[in-house]
Design a protein around this ligand. Sequence first.
Ligand code: ATP
Length: 763
Amino acid sequence: MKQAEQQYLDHVMEQLQVAKQAAEKKIQTAKRDIKSIDAQFNDIRMNTTTYSGMMDTALSVRAQQQMLNERENSWQHAADHLATLQRLEAKPYFARIDFEERPGQAEETIYIGLASFTDTPDHFLIYDWRAPISSIYYEGELGPVSYQTPDGEQSVNVTLKRQFQIADGVIVTLYDTQATVTDQMLLAALSNHSSTKMKSIVATIQKAQNRIIRNTSADLLFVQGAAGSGKTAAVLQRVAWLLYRYRGNLTAAQVIMFSPNQLFNDYIDQVLPELGEHNMVQMTYFQYLNRRVPRLQVADLRERFEQENDVIEARANQLLTSLAFFKATGRYAKRLGTDGHLKFRPLKFGDRLFASKDKLKEIYYGFSSTYRLSNRLDGTTERLIRMLNSRLGNEMHAKWVEERVQSLSKEEMDTLLKNRPREFASDEAEYQFFAKQILRKEMAPLKRAIDHHRWLNINAQYIHLLRVVPHLVDLSKWHLTPAQWQTYVERQLAAFKAGKISAAGVSIYLYLYDLLTGKRGDSEMRFVFVDEVQDYDAYQLAYLKFCFPQAKFTLLGDLNQAIFTHENSRSLLKQLSTMFEPDKTQVVQLTKSYRSTAQITDFTAQILLDGEKIEAFDRQGPKPQVVVTADSARGVQAVQTALAQAQAAGEKVAIIGKSLADSEAITTALKAAGVKATLVRTENQRLVDGALVVPSYLAKGLEFDAVIVWDANATKYAGDDERQLLYTICSRAMHTLTLVAVGQPTALLDRVAPELYEIHPVD
Ligand SMILES: Nc1ncnc2c1ncn2[C@@H]1O[C@H](COP(=O)(O)OP(=O)(O)OP(=O)(O)O)[C@@H](O)[C@H]1O
């Protein structure tokens, strides 16, 4: 059997060589053609003496340009093809499926790999893993299996499923399987060491993951998945799949992924190129907002994580981040069209008033009450531009203009004239020309201010919105009194004056701005992915939906890992369900955790009180270790020991501290002991090789062979609301997990069954 398979592989490898040579030849030809077209370009004689000569020259230039474009396209095409062939050469395929379309019919055999490959047209030696038929590899077991095609559902009878590991054109192992994907292959994939870059999982995609990857029917696909269940992995394959499925109609620029932090972006940025696709647009939600408010300082990741809210702030935050308040913002903005409460900023021309607040108000509210906000805005802009033009006319003979025209030097005149003929019909015409140029230049800032709607005082409007909240919502529902609300607004105002805005505030600010200016969002974006969605609030998600009105949403999250929003996360799901059509909403659960050994998954699952369901994948490893030390010095020693052990086993280690201060402290202590570890201070750093120290909020979404938790004592992790955080930290570990506690270990471990871990007191 192996021999026959090797023969097929040899044939594929041979054909790949042939195809590679052909592609290389195409590239050479295209290069040569481009060179010769370039040379011909130089030979085209410019005939500009007669009209027909000019036409001829223009036509030849155009023809040459077209030829050049064609050749460049064919070069690009051949180069892409060659890159695919090279990828296939390294790993031609990973599976074979035999099936019959109808019982009794002749069997067909297909091989599945990273891309399709044919030796003659329509004769596929390899099928792309994203082709509809390839789905049967991921979907079912032997026997009848159905799969989706663009034309509807198809069924086949699968008679053989074989998996391969191939290296350098030789079959290393091969196994036939009964189950969806053999555990051996998955086990081998999962037993590998972690790296600073995530890898693709095409060969071992699991059935539930395949459903997520190939979903086309949902407008909102919500994936609830335990830590390490492959949400991120699946979703990156989904992007690759979508780009294949809708090729020609969808580009990577029409797909955007919101990720938890910049570090994570860096971690996943190789997956799509590995699959031969361009990366989608990737940013964090706050990066997306910050670009639009560069002058405001938005609370950063650390501030958001470490901020200690008092009761008023916490309740106000719940109010402002709710879907109810998103709707209230809409109502407020709509009423601004007629209620006279819009705030204006006077427009100036130099240091002279151009339009006062009252004038602006008069214009804005002068339109019919049926006008929408965007019409009102356009109407006002138009009126202001007309005012600007008539002002320009009036100023033509102003004294200062006359003086400026008279004092123009020869060079200044030349610059203003550019290529214009030097002759004027009269002196007055000449004066008019220069006066107009001077005025236009002087009025340019005013024109910009009009066009960019700087006459809208959005800052004052935002504060006004906050002030009138008691009229918009029922404060008592949020357990706030009007006096408390007042206190909250004053605090926000003080911060705002210092150029700062809260994390909740910035979404409100921008949404309000968009409503007033009639912005409709980016309708080009077709797919929006939000990872770690449990850390978003309903307002943010509603705003994203507003920003991308035509897009389908895939939201991935783990309600167990809500480290910013805490108890809010379950209500988030409820609020979400009202934002999208129920029959276009699908919720998928991934319960099996692939990242960690069974010992680590079972241990971490019990840290949670009544968490979402988690099932361990059967991969064995040592039990988690809890090391309890009497003082900090011994704690540091314990970290050193665990670190040394893991590194001796070739493992990638992360020491995870709760806050940045904790992480700094352990880094300094290790350095003093002569141990090298890199502190990841901000999300803008890169993940480097060697031991890392990472504050908890930056460890989101990442994984490491070994995790050392510093320090898991009763003071650091005191209350129940820290369970999700501890769970998130511990679930970063793939192979070994050590918790070091200085003093009393955290009570959050009390409910974990004692047989699930080993405890080592160190005196
Ligand atoms: N089908 C699979 N085949 C091989 N590896 C897989 C598979 N599914 C998941 N993994 C691996 O399991 C690990 C965890 O996956 P991933 O990071 O996508 O999980 P997640 O659900 O996003 O986790 P978290 O919520 O904890 O960040 C990764 O190393 C990933 O490559």
